[in-house]
Design a protein around this ligand. Structure first.
Ligand code: OXT
Ligand code: ADP
Ligand code: MG
Length: 567
């Protein structure tokens, strides 16, 4: 080339970074390595927050929950084959839970992979990802990076949100092109999740069915929390006077202490209601598929509000399906409901009475001051911590630790409870805690079974490295469900039991965080309050009676039973 005619060039690395920035994606959750190490470095240099984890699954869970909290796709970046597979569990989890997330993985030489000639980390990643996500794309040319990211972003957040896989072969990053043409090839996604307005007929039908009820119930799911239509939902619930039952992650959308909350009267409202309006909740296993013993034998009519038309009639007949986004639907409800109707007082009084009865029954257990602690004694303390810090985010996993914390700890604000979701998966803990702290700036209290914690425990180093305001309380009962099983056959420990008297708090000290061993509710209270005040990375080993738990917490009924040998 003649002097003076050199082109300004860009390359795949820079186009990826520019595409993310153009679309307001300013955080990447990743684990570095070939071929994406430099991408992470360059992204960091370009002002993107690049959070490096110790394992891709945790980075992936972080990205998924970031999507849930922000309505923007959370991005997880991994290396090829093994790193990709480690991230894939989280991608499938995001899809299952309707969280918008993009898994971006580097991949090996297409020509070698497709001929199966044994490349470094060879794997046909696109084919493997496809059945586990909403959409999967591969970009082969630098000039297509803009379109590739636009498609990924739109697929993740539009309609029912979910996971998207984006395959970026190593060769792509080094490809050069004219910088101006490169800039022009980028796409800023306009209106990525367009409002989906319900048909007026479906709105009228739903309200007619609701008003025909003697014993109506509204069930709020995590889709309702995700929609960020908090004021519209509150106003609809209050105008209608209908008792509401929050699913686990919808707790706090309206406060659990709200007079209409039926969380503490769950089995009563499921059994006795005659009309049930589902808002962003599926009739899956968590709601016994809308039928059977827990729903009683009275006839039931279901109204369902969901953005996904195929969700309707998935388990039982939906007499009033309302397809649309929750913000638009509930605002249409608010306009159409009028002032004349509220839920019958006889019903709302009966629900309140049941709820007060259950709350009163639980209250004395929460004062239990035993050492070692039982679940209620320890959770009574944590209930007050969240009451005093309603802005804090609660991350929760385990079996007994999960199920009992869900009932005991009241939530006061939307999207503050992040747990195991639709699959009941262990391992979300540290990834979700890290993303929650980073995305919101609020302190995080992670309440973890000792088994649950083990799935992501190495990320305490990540928490210390980024100095995040996360307090992890490990309910250490020496094992899965209980620490008391014995193996009658040989000297191996029983399958559900861990090293007894383990000190998880010492793990935190190894990385410069605060570790505390708490053997009584008083010690636990002091340690958690200290952590909330200092915002220092903290792990508290809460010593729980190994005999206190029950098999699988509240879902022991799902365990198949041997007819030959009863436990
Ligand atoms: O109305 P009734 O009378 O019925 O009473 C209800 C409410 O009205 C009442 N309530 C209240 N009373 C008073 N006051 C208040 N405030 C109040 N609030 C409610 O309480 C009852 C119960 O209410 P709830 O909870 O709302 O209702 P219920 O009936 O439980 O609801 C049903 C469900 C299904 C909706 C609910 O139970 C639910 O959401 N469950 C989710 C369960 C779940 O997902 N569990 C996790 C999976 S368990 C198992 O799979 C585990 N594994 C295997 C494994 C997994 N999961 N993942 C991977 C990757 N690998 C392996 C493992 C390894 S758990 C596990 C580890 C366990 O060990 P840990 O050490 O971690 O934990 P520990 O058990 O502590 O040792
Ligand atoms: P939960 O576990 O709390 O019961 P689910 O994950 O089963 O909740 O259900 C969430 C539902 O919310 C999904 O069916 C999903 O399609 C729906 N959803 C998610 N976002 C929206 C939205 N913005 N508008 C309408 N429905 C939504
Ligand atoms: Mg345990």
């Amino acid at each position: 080339e003649a002097p003076g005619t050199e082109q300004e060039l860009t390359d795949g690395f820079h186009l990826v970074i520019d595409a993310l920035k153009l679309n307001g994606i300013n955080t990447i959750y990743n684990v570095p390595g070939i071929p994406i190490t430099d991408l992470g470095r360059m992204a960091q240099a370009a002002g993107i927050r690049v959070i490096s984890f110790r394992h891709e699954q945790n980075a992936g869970y972080a990205a998924g929950i970031a999507g849930y909290l922000t309505k923007k796709p959370g991005v997880c970046l991994t290396v090829s084959a093994p790193g990709f597979l480690n991230g894939l569990t989280a991608l499938a989890h995001a899809t299952t839970n309707c969280y918008p997330m993009i898994l971006v993985s580097g991949s090996s030489e297409r020509e070698i992979v497709d001929l199966q000639q044994g490349d470094y980390e060879e794997m046909d990643q696109l084919a493997i990802a496809k059945p586990l996500c909403k959409a999967a794309y591969r970009v082969l040319h630098a000039q297509d990076i803009g379109i590739g990211f636009a498609r990924a972003i739109r697929a993740a957040v539009s309609g029912r949100p979910g996971g998207v896989y984006l395959d970026l072969p190593a060769k792509l990053f080094g490809q050069v092109m004219n910088a101006e043409a490169g800039q022009k090839s980028l796409v800023k996604v306009i209106d990525a999740a367009p409002a989906q307005i319900p048909s007026p007929a479906s709105v009228k039908r739903a309200l007619d069915v609701l008003k025909s009820a003697k014993r109506p119930l509204i069930i709020l799911g995590k889709g309702a929390a995700y929609a960020q239509a908090d004021e519209e939902i509150k106003s609809f619930v209050e105008k209608s006077g209908v008792p509401f039952l929050p699913m686990s992650m919808a707790k706090g959308l309206l406060p659990d202490t709200h007079p209409q909350c039926a969380g503490a009267a769950r089995s009563t409202v499921l059994k006795d209601s005659d009309v049930v309006m589902l808002i962003g909740a599926r009739l899956n296993w968590l709601l016994s598929h809308g039928k059977g013993k827990s729903w009683g034998d009275q006839p039931k009519k279901f109204i369902q509000v969901d953005i996904e038309p195929k969700e309707m009639d998935s388990n039982v007949e939906i007499v009033a399906p309302v397809v649309g986004d929750i913000g638009s639907v509930v605002s249409a409800f608010n306009q159409a409901i009028g002032a004349g109707w509220t839920a019958p007082a006889e019903w709302t009084k009966a629900v309140s009475a049941k709820r007060e009865e259950n709350v009163a029954k639980m209250a004395p257990k929460l004062m239990n001051n035993k050492s070692p602690m039982d679940y209620h004694g320890a959770l009574g303390v944590l209930k007050n911590v969240i009451k005093d810090h309603p802005e804090a985010i609660l991350v929760n996993e385990g079996a007994n630790t999960l199920d009992l914390a869900r009932g005991v700890i009241d939530m006061y604000r939307p999207r503050k409870r992040l747990d195991v979701g639709t699959w009941g998966v262990m391992g979300i803990g540290m990834g979700q805690a890290i993303a929650a702290a980073l995305e919101t700036g609020h302190p995080v209290l992670a309440v973890e079974g000792d088994s649950a914690f083990g799935f992501s425990g190495m990320e305490v180093e990540t928490i210390c490295r980024y100095n995040l305001p996360i307090c992890v309380v490990i309910f250490n009962n020496d094992g899965i469900y209980r620490g008391t099983d014995v193996n009658g056959a040989n000297s191996d420990p029983a399958t559900t039991v861990f090293v007894k008297g383990a000190r998880y708090d010492k793990m935190m000290e190894a990385f410069g965080g605060v570790g505390v061993n708490a053997t009584s509710p008083d010690e636990l209270k002091r340690a958690v309050n200290e952590a909330m005040a200092s915002r220092k990375p903290t792990v508290i080993n809460a010593v729980i009676d190994p005999a206190a738990g029950s098999e699988s917490g509240r879902i022991g009924n799902l365990n198949p039973q041997s007819v030959l040998q009863k436990k």
